[in-house]
Design a protein around this ligand. Structure first.
Ligand SMILES: [Zn+2]
Length: 418
């Protein structure tokens, strides 16, 4: 349960500082006057906060390039300072580790990618992450404020660990944050990859103006995260919305999770390839590579070029997803879905296929309409979200949980105390 926080003066000040920083970092550049309007703060209060953040080296003033100098002075806008502390984001996927440095605007400043076949043990995983972190840190002049790991589930955010992940080289209960924190001395966090994607959309992407939405991610499996009442919903241990393991067939095959007929057993790349092979002779002109194991990107790019076989196979994938998604939307009463995957397309074939189905199936279909949007980050939502998992703590300082948060927030708000 979150620690209750009273509203003494220092908390009010911290709250206002965090609000101003959030507005600056999640919107196009604004003047002090625009910030006062957006925040509801008096110009005097805002001016004090802005001065402190400039003095601390977090934000800076810049002259608008779009103003017309012949008419009047170009407005002074507020931006994140180039010397402001950055965040190290990490994404753990099967076969690939990605490590980045990002700023409070969610922009990736530098990155490293490590492909791997397997791990001997958890030490090797930690060592690979640390090597990449040190390489990026040495190349940057910025202070690294924190490390945040987005990982394939299940994760346990309260213990900072990867729990027993299916098909993950036999590793289980890897206390990722404990080892990274011990080696770097930095506050370190962990978040489920799909939850990270949802958070990226809420702070920097297509969910900025939505109070409630579901984020779906097609990656190694099918992940989902939800923002409810403007906050990421993580559940008790950070493992909310295990979408891929919701059943669409109680008489279906047994899943490794213990359930039967999980949607991931039907909507997966292996099944797509089997279907494509079975139908190939009916589509001799298909653009899909002949006699090959197709990748997800093959299907998306061919469907974008109106390839009939790719569209049939992707449509079936979307059909399975739509059954599970309808269940979820009926439970949550949410009208917006954001979908992220590699190989974003101009045709939005996947979004349209899911939208047309769920808008027929969802309860109260006559009274509500579900909008399906493509992610602002294509397949990179979870990676951007690893950064957002830290910026969200900074922007919403009221949800701080412990010693690590206090140290992190004091970098940005010097008089911050839990
Ligand atoms: Zn399952």
């Amino acid at each position: 349960m979150a620690k209750p926080l009273g509203s003494n003066l220092v908390h009010v000040k911290n709250h206002n500082q965090a609000l101003v920083l959030r507005l600056i970092c999640t919107n196009p550049l604004m003047s002090r006057s625009q910030l006062a309007d957006c925040s509801g703060l008096t110009k005097m209060t805002l001016s004090n906060i802005v001065s402190e953040l400039i003095e601390k080296g977090i934000i800076t003033e810049t002259v608008s390039r779009s103003g017309n100098a012949t008419v009047g002075r170009r407005p002074i806008l507020l931006d994140l300072a180039e010397s402001s502390p950055c965040i190290c984001g990490m994404l753990i996927k099967r076969g690939l580790l990605q490590v980045v440095l990002g700023d409070l605007r969610g922009r990736i400043l530098d990155s490293a990618a490590i492909r791997y076949e397997a791990f001997r043990d958890s030490d090797e995983l930690i060592r690979m992450l640390l090597d990449a972190y040190r390489k990026l840190k040495d190349r940057s002049k910025r202070t690294v404020a924190a490390i945040s790991v987005a990982a394939l589930g299940p994760v346990d955010v309260s213990h900072g660990s990867l729990v027993k992940t299916p098909n993950f080289y036999g590793l289980s209960n890897v206390e990722v944050t404990k080892f990274l924190k011990k080696s770097t001395g930095l506050p370190t966090y962990i978040i489920n990859d799909a939850n990270a994607g949802a958070l990226a959309e809420k702070l920097y992407g297509r969910g900025k103006n939505l109070s409630n939405f579901v984020y779906l991610h097609f990656m190694n499996g099918i992940g989902a995260g939800a923002v409810l009442n403007d906050m990421l919903y993580e559940g008790d241990i950070g493992q909310s919305l295990e979408f891929g393991h919701t059943s669409i067939n109680f008489a279906g095959p047994k899943c490794s999770c213990g359930n039967t007929g999980c949607v991931e057993l039907y909507a997966n790349l292996k099944r797509m390839n089997e279907q494509a092979a079975a139908l190939a002779r009916l589509y001799p002109d298909s653009l899909l590579p002949k006699n090959a194991v197709h990748t997800w990107n093959d299907y998306v790019s061919c469907a974008d070029r109106s390839d009939a076989l790719a569209m049939v196979v992707l449509d079936r994938f979307c059909e399975y997803v739509s059954y599970a998604l309808t269940n979820l939307l009926n439970v949550l009463d949410v009208n917006h879905v954001i979908v992220g995957y590699d190989g974003g397309t101009s045709s939005s074939f996947i979004e349209k296929a899911i939208s047309s189905r769920i808008n027929r199936m969802v309860m109260f279909a006559d009274y509500r309409s579900i909008e399906v949007r493509h992610s602002a980050f294509d397949g990179n939502g979870p990676l951007v979200g690893s950064i957002a998992a830290v910026t969200n703590r900074i922007f919403n300082r009221s949800i701080c949980r412990g010693e690590g948060d206090e140290k992190l927030l004091q970098l940005f708000f010097p008089d911050f105390h839990l």
